[in-house]
Design a protein around this ligand. Structure first.
Ligand code: NDP
Length: 292
């Protein structure tokens, strides 16, 4: 197989950000203030902090206002819910996210369900999930919708193809399977959703024309599990200790790129693939929040 096409999320994200910046200027002209996104960070998990800071930085790049709200890991669920209600009521704020995962004493579903769906720019609230399933307007979950934007940017054909999604989380795998089966582009795939109880996973993944992997296990999908010429989307992101690097770690995905690259026709890199697209989708949702 020839060298695969790299589905470059940074490049696609930058192109979309130029359009988002234009939209932000129009919003600013219309209502006298730019779009405003807030991110709530509970505790001090290193990876979560990195993600949240990247989101805040991306806001500056497109001319959004951003607020980083840091709360201690010891915050009670009731206090966090009060904070969420205050953000719902803040007329100066267009959208906000509560970075997951939350400390174990807090029920993430209760927190998500308390967010006003009109400000739920992560697209996790049941109202937005329901709208997605029904194909109605609403906020799409950031990671799957970012993957769709990436497939669009690289004009990856999807109609009639078999898409296998590995992983059924509420934020990635399940919504991805729904978006790929919709009667639209990208979509119109025949979709298989695999998970930890799937038997003989390799026999399923080898049928995929488009393989989306979101399982949270570094390098889990190897070349022998991938059909020759498949398009592979690697959602996973893991810090692996690496003493050879200044940071002390390197980032890898759920896909073993060394063996999969030799078989696929296109693949998302890690880092620089799905990650930047997730952030771009969040910005798109925030811009959308300003029009409602
Ligand atoms: P979750 O842990 O919530 O879900 C993992 C899913 O993978 C579950 O459905 C689980 O199945 C399934 N699974 C686990 N082991 C296997 C296995 N051996 N075979 C088949 N299926 C398996 O993960 P997320 O969806 O939240 O995240 C997945 C990965 O993507 C993580 O590495 C995360 O960091 C990354 N991520 C990256 C983002 C980005 O922007 N780049 C955004 C969000 C996540 P079951 O349901 O049966 O337990």
């Amino acid at each position: 197989m020839a060298t695969p096409l790299i589905l470059d999320g940074k490049r696609c994200g930058d192109a979309l950000k130029a359009e988002i910046a234009q939209g932000a200027r129009k919003v600013g002209d219309r209502r006298g203030r730019p779009p405003h996104l807030a991110a709530v960070l509970v505790g001090d998990d290193g990876a979560s902090r990195t993600y949240v800071e990247a989101k805040v930085k991306a806001c500056a790049k497109v001319g959004f206002r951003s607020s980083l709200i840091e709360l201690p890991a010891s915050i009670t669920e009731d206090d966090l819910l009060d904070k969420v209600r205050a953000l719902n009521a803040d007329a100066d704020l267009d959208g906000f996210i509560v970075q997951l995962p939350l400390p174990t004493h807090i029920d993430a579903d209760r927190v998500i369900n308390t967010i006003d769906p009109r400000k739920d720019v992560d697209g996790f609230h049941p109202v937005n999930v329901g709208n997605m399933v029904l194909g109605l307007p609403g906020f799409l979950p950031a990671t799957p919708s970012g993957i769709c934007e990436l497939l669009k940017y690289y004009q990856v054909g999807t109609e009639g193809r078999h898409c296998v999604v590995v992983g059924r989380s509420n934020i990635v795998g399940t919504p991805m399977s729904i978006l790929m089966s919709r009667n639209t582009y990208p979509g119109n795939c025949t979709v298989t959703l695999a998970h930890s109880r799937t038997k003989d996973l390799g026999s399923i993944t080898r049928q995929a024309d488009i393989l989306v992997v979101a399982i949270g296990k570094p390098g889990f999908i190897t070349g022998d599990m991938v059909k020759e010429g498949a398009v592979v989307v690697d959602v996973g992101i893991h810090r692996i200790p690496d003493t050879g690097r200044k940071s002390g770690y390197r980032l890898v995905g759920d896909v073993d790129h060394a063996s999969v690259t030799a078989r696929c026709s296109a693949i998302t890199p890690v880092p620089g693939g799905v990650g930047p697209m997730t952030i771009t989708s969040l910005l798109l949702n925030t811009l959308l929040a300003c029009s409602s």
